[in-house]
Design a protein around this ligand. Structure first.
Ligand SMILES: Cc1cc2nc3c(=O)[nH]c(=O)nc-3n(C[C@H](O)[C@H](O)[C@H](O)COP(=O)(O)OP(=O)(O)OC[C@H]3O[C@@H](n4cnc5c(N)ncnc54)[C@H](O)[C@@H]3O)c2cc1C
Length: 466
Protein backbone atom coordinates (compact mmCIF):
# COMPACT_ATOMS: atom_id res chain seq x y z
CA UNK A 1 0.00 0.00 0.00
CA UNK A 2 1.33 3.47 -0.92
CA UNK A 3 2.36 5.77 1.97
CA UNK A 4 0.27 8.89 2.72
CA UNK A 5 3.09 11.01 1.27
CA UNK A 6 2.98 9.11 -2.03
CA UNK A 7 -0.83 9.29 -2.06
CA UNK A 8 -0.61 13.08 -1.72
CA UNK A 9 1.15 13.13 -5.10
CA UNK A 10 -1.44 11.10 -6.98
CA UNK A 11 -2.99 14.07 -8.84
CA UNK A 12 0.17 16.19 -9.23
CA UNK A 13 0.60 17.34 -12.82
CA UNK A 14 4.13 17.02 -14.21
CA UNK A 15 4.22 20.73 -15.11
CA UNK A 16 5.86 23.77 -13.52
CA UNK A 17 3.11 25.54 -11.62
CA UNK A 18 4.49 28.96 -12.63
CA UNK A 19 4.28 28.24 -16.35
CA UNK A 20 0.57 27.35 -16.20
CA UNK A 21 -0.80 29.57 -13.40
CA UNK A 22 -1.01 32.62 -15.70
CA UNK A 23 -1.47 32.92 -19.46
CA UNK A 24 1.82 32.51 -21.32
CA UNK A 25 2.66 35.04 -24.03
CA UNK A 26 2.14 34.16 -27.67
CA UNK A 27 5.41 32.64 -29.03
CA UNK A 28 7.64 34.81 -31.20
CA UNK A 29 8.34 33.58 -34.73
CA UNK A 30 11.14 31.16 -35.56
CA UNK A 31 14.08 32.75 -37.36
CA UNK A 32 14.05 32.07 -41.10
CA UNK A 33 16.63 33.45 -43.50
CA UNK A 34 19.83 35.39 -42.93
CA UNK A 35 19.77 38.56 -40.86
CA UNK A 36 22.27 40.98 -39.35
CA UNK A 37 22.37 42.75 -35.97
CA UNK A 38 24.76 44.61 -33.68
CA UNK A 39 24.34 42.13 -30.83
CA UNK A 40 23.13 38.54 -31.04
CA UNK A 41 22.12 36.76 -27.83
CA UNK A 42 21.72 32.99 -27.63
CA UNK A 43 19.37 31.97 -24.81
CA UNK A 44 16.23 33.70 -23.51
CA UNK A 45 16.32 32.99 -19.78
CA UNK A 46 17.13 35.77 -17.31
CA UNK A 47 20.77 36.07 -18.44
CA UNK A 48 19.85 36.60 -22.08
CA UNK A 49 16.83 38.81 -21.37
CA UNK A 50 18.67 41.03 -18.85
CA UNK A 51 21.52 41.39 -21.35
CA UNK A 52 19.12 42.42 -24.13
CA UNK A 53 17.21 44.81 -21.90
CA UNK A 54 20.25 46.57 -20.46
CA UNK A 55 21.90 46.76 -23.90
CA UNK A 56 18.85 48.61 -25.27
CA UNK A 57 18.64 50.85 -22.22
CA UNK A 58 22.28 51.83 -22.62
CA UNK A 59 22.02 52.35 -26.37
CA UNK A 60 18.48 52.45 -27.79
CA UNK A 61 19.89 52.44 -31.33
CA UNK A 62 21.60 49.08 -30.88
CA UNK A 63 20.06 46.36 -33.05
CA UNK A 64 19.64 43.31 -30.81
CA UNK A 65 18.50 39.83 -31.86
CA UNK A 66 17.80 37.11 -29.27
CA UNK A 67 17.22 33.46 -30.20
CA UNK A 68 15.96 30.75 -27.87
CA UNK A 69 15.86 27.04 -28.67
CA UNK A 70 12.47 26.77 -26.95
CA UNK A 71 10.43 29.60 -25.39
CA UNK A 72 11.91 32.41 -23.29
CA UNK A 73 11.68 31.38 -19.64
CA UNK A 74 10.84 27.75 -20.38
CA UNK A 75 14.02 26.45 -18.70
CA UNK A 76 15.38 27.32 -15.23
CA UNK A 77 14.15 30.92 -15.44
CA UNK A 78 10.49 29.91 -15.55
CA UNK A 79 10.56 26.99 -13.13
CA UNK A 80 12.70 28.03 -10.15
CA UNK A 81 11.81 28.73 -6.52
CA UNK A 82 11.59 32.48 -7.05
CA UNK A 83 14.09 33.40 -4.30
CA UNK A 84 15.66 36.59 -5.70
CA UNK A 85 18.76 36.97 -3.54
CA UNK A 86 20.98 40.00 -3.11
CA UNK A 87 23.95 37.66 -2.80
CA UNK A 88 26.15 37.39 -5.88
CA UNK A 89 28.24 34.62 -4.32
CA UNK A 90 25.69 31.91 -3.49
CA UNK A 91 25.56 33.06 0.10
CA UNK A 92 27.87 34.78 2.55
CA UNK A 93 29.89 31.76 3.69
CA UNK A 94 30.75 30.73 0.14
CA UNK A 95 31.66 34.31 -0.72
CA UNK A 96 33.92 34.63 2.36
CA UNK A 97 35.64 31.34 1.58
CA UNK A 98 36.56 32.50 -1.92
CA UNK A 99 36.46 36.30 -2.15
CA UNK A 100 36.94 37.48 1.45
CA UNK A 101 38.74 40.70 0.50
CA UNK A 102 36.04 41.60 -2.00
CA UNK A 103 32.99 40.69 0.08
CA UNK A 104 32.10 44.19 1.34
CA UNK A 105 32.12 45.43 -2.27
CA UNK A 106 30.29 42.33 -3.56
CA UNK A 107 27.58 42.69 -0.93
CA UNK A 108 27.15 46.38 -1.76
CA UNK A 109 26.87 45.55 -5.48
CA UNK A 110 24.39 42.76 -4.63
CA UNK A 111 22.17 45.09 -2.61
CA UNK A 112 22.19 47.71 -5.37
CA UNK A 113 21.43 44.98 -7.91
CA UNK A 114 18.32 43.93 -5.97
CA UNK A 115 17.20 47.56 -5.79
CA UNK A 116 17.79 47.90 -9.54
CA UNK A 117 15.69 44.79 -10.22
CA UNK A 118 12.82 46.32 -8.26
CA UNK A 119 13.23 49.64 -10.09
CA UNK A 120 13.14 47.84 -13.46
CA UNK A 121 9.92 46.06 -12.54
CA UNK A 122 8.35 49.41 -11.66
CA UNK A 123 9.69 51.10 -14.80
CA UNK A 124 8.21 48.52 -17.16
CA UNK A 125 5.12 47.64 -15.10
CA UNK A 126 6.22 44.02 -14.65
CA UNK A 127 3.85 42.37 -12.19
CA UNK A 128 5.65 39.29 -10.92
CA UNK A 129 4.47 39.36 -7.30
CA UNK A 130 7.84 40.82 -6.21
CA UNK A 131 7.88 41.05 -2.40
CA UNK A 132 10.73 42.09 -0.16
CA UNK A 133 9.73 39.50 2.39
CA UNK A 134 13.23 38.35 3.30
CA UNK A 135 14.52 34.93 4.20
CA UNK A 136 14.30 32.65 7.21
CA UNK A 137 17.11 30.08 7.47
CA UNK A 138 16.01 27.39 9.88
CA UNK A 139 18.00 24.86 11.91
CA UNK A 140 16.57 21.38 12.21
CA UNK A 141 19.64 19.79 13.88
CA UNK A 142 21.59 21.13 16.86
CA UNK A 143 24.83 21.62 14.84
CA UNK A 144 22.93 23.89 12.45
CA UNK A 145 22.08 26.25 15.33
CA UNK A 146 25.82 26.94 15.83
CA UNK A 147 26.28 27.42 12.11
CA UNK A 148 23.43 29.94 11.98
CA UNK A 149 25.01 31.83 14.84
CA UNK A 150 28.28 32.11 12.85
CA UNK A 151 26.35 33.24 9.76
CA UNK A 152 24.55 35.87 11.86
CA UNK A 153 27.87 37.37 12.99
CA UNK A 154 29.19 37.36 9.43
CA UNK A 155 26.01 38.92 8.08
CA UNK A 156 26.06 41.68 10.69
CA UNK A 157 29.72 42.42 10.00
CA UNK A 158 28.83 42.83 6.32
CA UNK A 159 26.07 45.31 7.10
CA UNK A 160 23.00 43.04 6.89
CA UNK A 161 20.12 43.06 9.31
CA UNK A 162 20.25 39.56 10.81
CA UNK A 163 18.40 38.29 13.87
CA UNK A 164 18.96 34.93 15.54
CA UNK A 165 15.75 33.32 16.77
CA UNK A 166 15.24 30.62 19.36
CA UNK A 167 13.10 27.61 18.50
CA UNK A 168 10.05 29.28 20.08
CA UNK A 169 10.65 32.56 18.27
CA UNK A 170 11.19 30.72 14.97
CA UNK A 171 7.92 28.87 15.40
CA UNK A 172 6.11 32.18 15.78
CA UNK A 173 7.34 33.07 12.27
CA UNK A 174 6.59 29.74 10.59
CA UNK A 175 5.34 26.89 12.72
CA UNK A 176 7.13 23.58 12.35
CA UNK A 177 7.93 21.22 15.23
CA UNK A 178 11.26 20.46 13.50
CA UNK A 179 12.72 23.94 14.08
CA UNK A 180 15.45 24.35 16.70
CA UNK A 181 16.24 27.95 15.82
CA UNK A 182 16.41 30.31 12.86
CA UNK A 183 18.20 33.25 11.34
CA UNK A 184 16.01 35.99 9.95
CA UNK A 185 17.45 38.23 7.26
CA UNK A 186 14.73 40.61 6.06
CA UNK A 187 16.83 42.35 3.37
CA UNK A 188 18.68 39.41 1.85
CA UNK A 189 16.03 38.09 -0.50
CA UNK A 190 12.92 39.17 -2.35
CA UNK A 191 10.36 36.60 -3.43
CA UNK A 192 8.81 36.61 -6.88
CA UNK A 193 6.97 34.60 -9.53
CA UNK A 194 9.79 33.42 -11.82
CA UNK A 195 7.77 32.83 -15.00
CA UNK A 196 6.07 36.24 -14.78
CA UNK A 197 9.52 37.81 -14.34
CA UNK A 198 10.75 36.04 -17.51
CA UNK A 199 7.66 37.02 -19.47
CA UNK A 200 7.79 40.59 -18.16
CA UNK A 201 11.44 41.01 -19.16
CA UNK A 202 10.63 39.48 -22.55
CA UNK A 203 7.80 41.97 -23.07
CA UNK A 204 10.00 44.89 -22.04
CA UNK A 205 12.67 43.73 -24.50
CA UNK A 206 10.13 43.51 -27.33
CA UNK A 207 8.81 46.99 -26.49
CA UNK A 208 12.35 48.38 -26.70
CA UNK A 209 12.76 46.80 -30.13
CA UNK A 210 14.70 43.61 -29.40
CA UNK A 211 13.96 41.06 -32.12
CA UNK A 212 13.18 37.75 -30.38
CA UNK A 213 12.99 34.43 -32.21
CA UNK A 214 11.72 31.45 -30.24
CA UNK A 215 11.94 27.76 -31.15
CA UNK A 216 15.20 28.74 -32.82
CA UNK A 217 18.17 26.68 -31.59
CA UNK A 218 21.60 28.07 -32.38
CA UNK A 219 23.55 25.18 -33.86
CA UNK A 220 26.92 26.82 -34.45
CA UNK A 221 28.80 30.00 -33.70
CA UNK A 222 31.85 31.13 -35.63
CA UNK A 223 33.84 34.01 -37.10
CA UNK A 224 32.30 36.11 -39.84
CA UNK A 225 33.51 39.26 -41.61
CA UNK A 226 33.11 42.07 -39.06
CA UNK A 227 32.06 39.81 -36.21
CA UNK A 228 30.29 36.54 -35.50
CA UNK A 229 27.89 34.24 -37.29
CA UNK A 230 25.26 32.33 -35.32
CA UNK A 231 23.66 29.56 -37.35
CA UNK A 232 20.18 28.12 -36.75
CA UNK A 233 18.27 25.39 -38.64
CA UNK A 234 16.43 27.84 -40.95
CA UNK A 235 18.49 30.98 -40.71
CA UNK A 236 21.50 32.82 -39.35
CA UNK A 237 22.45 36.04 -37.57
CA UNK A 238 25.61 37.98 -38.35
CA UNK A 239 26.54 40.47 -35.63
CA UNK A 240 29.58 42.39 -34.42
CA UNK A 241 29.08 41.07 -30.85
CA UNK A 242 27.39 38.08 -29.25
CA UNK A 243 26.41 36.64 -25.88
CA UNK A 244 25.96 33.00 -24.93
CA UNK A 245 23.32 32.72 -22.20
CA UNK A 246 22.62 29.00 -22.35
CA UNK A 247 23.19 28.09 -18.67
CA UNK A 248 23.29 24.30 -18.08
CA UNK A 249 22.64 23.38 -21.73
CA UNK A 250 25.60 22.03 -23.74
CA UNK A 251 27.52 25.17 -24.66
CA UNK A 252 28.30 26.04 -28.27
CA UNK A 253 31.69 27.00 -26.87
CA UNK A 254 32.83 23.47 -26.11
CA UNK A 255 35.49 24.45 -23.58
CA UNK A 256 32.80 25.81 -21.25
CA UNK A 257 31.36 22.30 -20.86
CA UNK A 258 34.27 21.41 -18.53
CA UNK A 259 33.14 24.04 -16.05
CA UNK A 260 29.52 23.02 -15.71
CA UNK A 261 27.82 19.92 -14.29
CA UNK A 262 24.10 19.91 -15.16
CA UNK A 263 22.31 19.02 -11.91
CA UNK A 264 18.59 18.24 -11.60
CA UNK A 265 16.63 19.95 -8.85
CA UNK A 266 12.97 19.08 -8.12
CA UNK A 267 9.96 20.97 -6.83
CA UNK A 268 6.43 20.27 -5.58
CA UNK A 269 3.52 22.69 -5.24
CA UNK A 270 0.46 22.05 -3.07
CA UNK A 271 -3.15 22.93 -3.61
CA UNK A 272 -4.13 26.35 -2.11
CA UNK A 273 -4.25 26.27 1.70
CA UNK A 274 -7.50 26.99 3.52
CA UNK A 275 -7.68 29.83 6.06
CA UNK A 276 -7.38 27.29 8.88
CA UNK A 277 -4.35 25.59 7.33
CA UNK A 278 -2.67 28.96 6.75
CA UNK A 279 -3.23 30.13 10.27
CA UNK A 280 -1.81 26.84 11.59
CA UNK A 281 1.46 27.90 9.94
CA UNK A 282 1.52 31.54 11.15
CA UNK A 283 3.50 32.40 8.01
CA UNK A 284 2.29 36.00 8.00
CA UNK A 285 5.42 37.68 6.61
CA UNK A 286 5.64 35.18 3.73
CA UNK A 287 9.43 34.86 3.96
CA UNK A 288 11.30 32.40 1.81
CA UNK A 289 12.49 29.56 4.04
CA UNK A 290 15.52 27.31 3.68
CA UNK A 291 16.87 24.74 6.07
CA UNK A 292 20.55 24.66 6.87
CA UNK A 293 21.58 21.12 5.96
CA UNK A 294 24.04 20.44 3.15
CA UNK A 295 21.16 18.75 1.33
CA UNK A 296 18.62 21.46 1.98
CA UNK A 297 14.96 22.18 1.29
CA UNK A 298 13.69 25.58 0.21
CA UNK A 299 10.05 26.57 0.49
CA UNK A 300 7.69 29.49 0.19
CA UNK A 301 4.10 30.59 -0.26
CA UNK A 302 2.74 31.46 -3.70
CA UNK A 303 0.49 34.43 -4.36
CA UNK A 304 -2.57 32.15 -4.14
CA UNK A 305 -1.45 30.55 -0.85
CA UNK A 306 0.03 27.29 -2.05
CA UNK A 307 3.33 26.03 -0.71
CA UNK A 308 6.21 25.47 -3.09
CA UNK A 309 8.59 22.88 -1.64
CA UNK A 310 11.83 21.98 -3.39
CA UNK A 311 15.47 20.97 -3.21
CA UNK A 312 17.26 18.26 -1.24
CA UNK A 313 17.96 15.65 -3.90
CA UNK A 314 20.30 17.36 -6.42
CA UNK A 315 21.06 14.74 -9.06
CA UNK A 316 23.86 14.45 -11.58
CA UNK A 317 23.72 11.79 -14.31
CA UNK A 318 26.73 10.17 -15.94
CA UNK A 319 28.12 12.38 -18.77
CA UNK A 320 25.80 15.23 -17.77
CA UNK A 321 22.87 14.83 -20.18
CA UNK A 322 20.28 17.65 -20.36
CA UNK A 323 17.00 15.95 -21.28
CA UNK A 324 13.45 16.89 -20.36
CA UNK A 325 12.49 13.30 -19.38
CA UNK A 326 15.12 13.41 -16.60
CA UNK A 327 13.26 16.26 -14.90
CA UNK A 328 10.42 13.93 -13.80
CA UNK A 329 11.61 11.62 -10.98
CA UNK A 330 8.96 9.87 -8.83
CA UNK A 331 11.46 8.68 -6.17
CA UNK A 332 12.57 12.25 -5.53
CA UNK A 333 8.98 13.54 -5.37
CA UNK A 334 8.10 10.82 -2.82
CA UNK A 335 11.09 11.81 -0.66
CA UNK A 336 10.19 15.51 -0.92
CA UNK A 337 6.55 14.79 0.00
CA UNK A 338 7.64 12.75 3.02
CA UNK A 339 9.93 15.55 4.23
CA UNK A 340 7.11 18.07 3.68
CA UNK A 341 4.75 16.26 6.06
CA UNK A 342 7.57 15.72 8.59
CA UNK A 343 8.03 19.50 8.59
CA UNK A 344 4.34 20.43 8.61
CA UNK A 345 2.43 17.53 10.23
CA UNK A 346 -0.51 19.91 10.78
CA UNK A 347 -1.07 19.87 6.99
CA UNK A 348 -1.76 16.13 6.91
CA UNK A 349 -4.15 15.40 4.04
CA UNK A 350 -2.99 18.32 1.85
CA UNK A 351 -2.51 17.35 -1.82
CA UNK A 352 0.20 18.31 -4.28
CA UNK A 353 -1.05 19.68 -7.58
CA UNK A 354 2.24 20.18 -9.47
CA UNK A 355 5.61 18.44 -9.65
CA UNK A 356 8.56 19.24 -11.85
CA UNK A 357 12.30 19.40 -12.15
CA UNK A 358 14.82 21.67 -13.78
CA UNK A 359 18.50 21.80 -14.55
CA UNK A 360 21.03 23.85 -12.62
CA UNK A 361 24.44 24.88 -13.98
CA UNK A 362 26.58 23.76 -11.06
CA UNK A 363 30.23 24.85 -11.05
CA UNK A 364 32.92 24.05 -8.50
CA UNK A 365 32.81 27.49 -6.87
CA UNK A 366 28.96 27.70 -6.76
CA UNK A 367 28.77 31.25 -8.11
CA UNK A 368 28.64 32.79 -11.58
CA UNK A 369 31.57 33.53 -13.82
CA UNK A 370 31.80 35.44 -17.04
CA UNK A 371 34.31 35.50 -19.86
CA UNK A 372 34.85 36.29 -23.50
CA UNK A 373 35.95 34.44 -26.64
CA UNK A 374 36.49 35.33 -30.31
CA UNK A 375 38.87 38.23 -29.42
CA UNK A 376 36.41 39.71 -26.96
CA UNK A 377 33.45 39.76 -29.38
CA UNK A 378 31.52 36.91 -27.69
CA UNK A 379 30.67 36.99 -23.98
CA UNK A 380 29.21 34.35 -21.70
CA UNK A 381 27.89 34.15 -18.14
CA UNK A 382 27.05 30.94 -16.30
CA UNK A 383 27.75 28.87 -13.20
CA UNK A 384 24.97 30.28 -11.00
CA UNK A 385 24.55 26.89 -9.27
CA UNK A 386 20.96 27.35 -8.20
CA UNK A 387 21.14 31.04 -7.26
CA UNK A 388 20.80 33.02 -10.47
CA UNK A 389 17.46 34.82 -10.20
CA UNK A 390 19.05 37.98 -8.80
CA UNK A 391 22.66 37.66 -9.88
CA UNK A 392 21.85 37.15 -13.58
CA UNK A 393 20.98 40.84 -13.90
CA UNK A 394 24.37 41.73 -12.46
CA UNK A 395 26.39 39.36 -14.67
CA UNK A 396 24.50 40.60 -17.73
CA UNK A 397 25.51 44.17 -16.94
CA UNK A 398 29.15 43.23 -16.45
CA UNK A 399 29.10 41.22 -19.70
CA UNK A 400 28.03 44.35 -21.57
CA UNK A 401 30.81 46.35 -19.85
CA UNK A 402 33.33 43.77 -21.05
CA UNK A 403 31.96 43.46 -24.60
CA UNK A 404 31.87 47.20 -25.17
CA UNK A 405 35.12 48.02 -23.32
CA UNK A 406 33.64 49.96 -20.39
CA UNK A 407 36.10 49.90 -17.49
CA UNK A 408 33.82 49.95 -14.43
CA UNK A 409 34.20 49.10 -10.76
CA UNK A 410 32.03 46.01 -11.23
CA UNK A 411 33.96 44.82 -14.30
CA UNK A 412 37.18 44.88 -12.26
CA UNK A 413 35.82 42.59 -9.50
CA UNK A 414 37.83 39.41 -9.05
CA UNK A 415 34.53 37.49 -9.03
CA UNK A 416 33.97 38.72 -12.58
CA UNK A 417 37.52 38.06 -13.80
CA UNK A 418 38.17 34.52 -12.62
CA UNK A 419 36.79 31.12 -13.59
CA UNK A 420 36.09 28.11 -11.38
CA UNK A 421 38.29 25.04 -11.40
CA UNK A 422 36.92 22.77 -14.16
CA UNK A 423 35.39 19.39 -13.33
CA UNK A 424 37.52 16.36 -14.24
CA UNK A 425 36.55 14.28 -17.30
CA UNK A 426 34.23 11.28 -17.00
CA UNK A 427 34.13 8.85 -15.29
CA UNK A 428 36.02 10.84 -12.61
CA UNK A 429 33.45 13.62 -12.70
CA UNK A 430 30.55 11.28 -12.00
CA UNK A 431 32.49 9.37 -9.33
CA UNK A 432 33.65 12.58 -7.64
CA UNK A 433 30.13 14.05 -7.55
CA UNK A 434 28.58 10.82 -6.21
CA UNK A 435 31.26 10.57 -3.50
CA UNK A 436 30.68 14.20 -2.58
CA UNK A 437 26.88 13.76 -2.40
CA UNK A 438 27.31 10.64 -0.26
CA UNK A 439 29.72 12.50 2.05
CA UNK A 440 27.38 15.50 2.38
CA UNK A 441 24.52 13.19 3.29
CA UNK A 442 26.71 11.53 5.95
CA UNK A 443 27.73 14.93 7.32
CA UNK A 444 24.06 15.91 7.60
CA UNK A 445 23.41 12.80 9.67
CA UNK A 446 26.60 13.10 11.73
CA UNK A 447 26.35 16.51 13.42
CA UNK A 448 27.66 18.27 10.32
CA UNK A 449 31.08 16.60 10.60
CA UNK A 450 32.90 16.65 7.27
CA UNK A 451 34.83 13.54 6.32
CA UNK A 452 38.33 13.47 4.83
CA UNK A 453 37.01 13.78 1.26
CA UNK A 454 34.99 16.93 2.04
CA UNK A 455 37.85 18.44 4.03
CA UNK A 456 40.21 17.83 1.12
CA UNK A 457 37.76 19.49 -1.27
CA UNK A 458 37.35 22.41 1.16
CA UNK A 459 41.11 22.92 1.26
CA UNK A 460 41.24 22.88 -2.55
CA UNK A 461 38.32 25.33 -2.74
CA UNK A 462 36.14 22.80 -4.57
CA UNK A 463 32.74 21.31 -3.91
CA UNK A 464 29.26 20.37 -5.01
CA UNK A 465 26.10 22.32 -4.24
CA UNK A 466 22.75 23.24 -5.75
C1 LIG B 1 14.18 23.83 -9.91
C2 LIG B 1 15.05 25.07 -9.81
C3 LIG B 1 14.91 25.92 -8.73
C4 LIG B 1 15.71 27.08 -8.65
N1 LIG B 1 15.47 27.96 -7.63
C5 LIG B 1 16.15 29.14 -7.61
C6 LIG B 1 15.82 30.15 -6.66
O1 LIG B 1 14.88 30.03 -5.89
N2 LIG B 1 16.60 31.26 -6.64
C7 LIG B 1 17.62 31.46 -7.52
O2 LIG B 1 18.29 32.50 -7.45
N3 LIG B 1 17.89 30.55 -8.48
C8 LIG B 1 17.17 29.42 -8.56
N4 LIG B 1 17.42 28.52 -9.56
C9 LIG B 1 18.44 28.86 -10.56
C10 LIG B 1 17.95 29.92 -11.55
O3 LIG B 1 16.69 29.53 -12.04
C11 LIG B 1 18.97 30.03 -12.69
O4 LIG B 1 20.23 30.36 -12.16
C12 LIG B 1 18.60 31.10 -13.71
O5 LIG B 1 17.28 30.94 -14.16
C13 LIG B 1 19.58 31.02 -14.87
O6 LIG B 1 19.10 31.80 -15.94
P1 LIG B 1 19.75 31.62 -17.37
O7 LIG B 1 19.12 32.60 -18.27
O8 LIG B 1 21.23 31.69 -17.26
O9 LIG B 1 19.40 30.13 -17.81
P2 LIG B 1 18.04 29.45 -18.33
O10 LIG B 1 16.84 30.01 -17.71
O11 LIG B 1 18.28 27.98 -18.23
O12 LIG B 1 17.99 29.85 -19.85
C14 LIG B 1 18.84 29.31 -20.83
C15 LIG B 1 18.09 29.39 -22.14
O13 LIG B 1 18.99 29.05 -23.20
C16 LIG B 1 18.24 28.37 -24.18
N5 LIG B 1 19.19 27.60 -24.99
C17 LIG B 1 20.01 26.61 -24.60
N6 LIG B 1 20.78 26.19 -25.63
C18 LIG B 1 20.44 26.96 -26.70
C19 LIG B 1 20.86 27.02 -28.04
N7 LIG B 1 21.82 26.23 -28.52
N8 LIG B 1 20.27 27.92 -28.87
C20 LIG B 1 19.30 28.75 -28.41
N9 LIG B 1 18.87 28.74 -27.14
C21 LIG B 1 19.43 27.86 -26.29
C22 LIG B 1 17.27 27.50 -23.40
O14 LIG B 1 16.14 27.14 -24.19
C23 LIG B 1 16.93 28.41 -22.23
O15 LIG B 1 15.71 29.13 -22.44
C24 LIG B 1 16.67 27.35 -9.65
C25 LIG B 1 16.81 26.49 -10.75
C26 LIG B 1 16.00 25.35 -10.83
C27 LIG B 1 16.16 24.45 -12.03
Amino acid sequence: MASPAVNSLADAEPTPYWLTAHPAPHPCSTLTGATTADLVIVGGGYTGLWTALQAKEQDPGLDVVLVDADLCGSAASGRNGGFCAASLTHGLANGMARFADEMPALEAHGRRNLDAIEATLTRYGIDCDFRRSGELSVATEPWQVDELSRTAQLATSLGHRATLLTAEQARLKVDSPTYLGALEMPDAVAMLDPARLSWGLRRACLELGVRIHERTPATKIGDAPGGLLVETPYGSVRASHGVLATNAFPSLLRRLRHYIAPVYDHVLVTEPLSEAQLSSLRWRERQGVGDSANQFHYYRLTEDDRILWGGYDALYYYRGPVRSELTDRPATYALLAEHFFDTFPQLDGLRFTHRWGGVIDTCTRFCPFIGTAFDGRLGYALGYTGLGVGSSRFTAGVLLDKLYGHDTERSRLRLMNTAPVPFPPEPLRWLGIQLTRWSLNRADHNRGRRNLWLRTLDRAGLGFDS
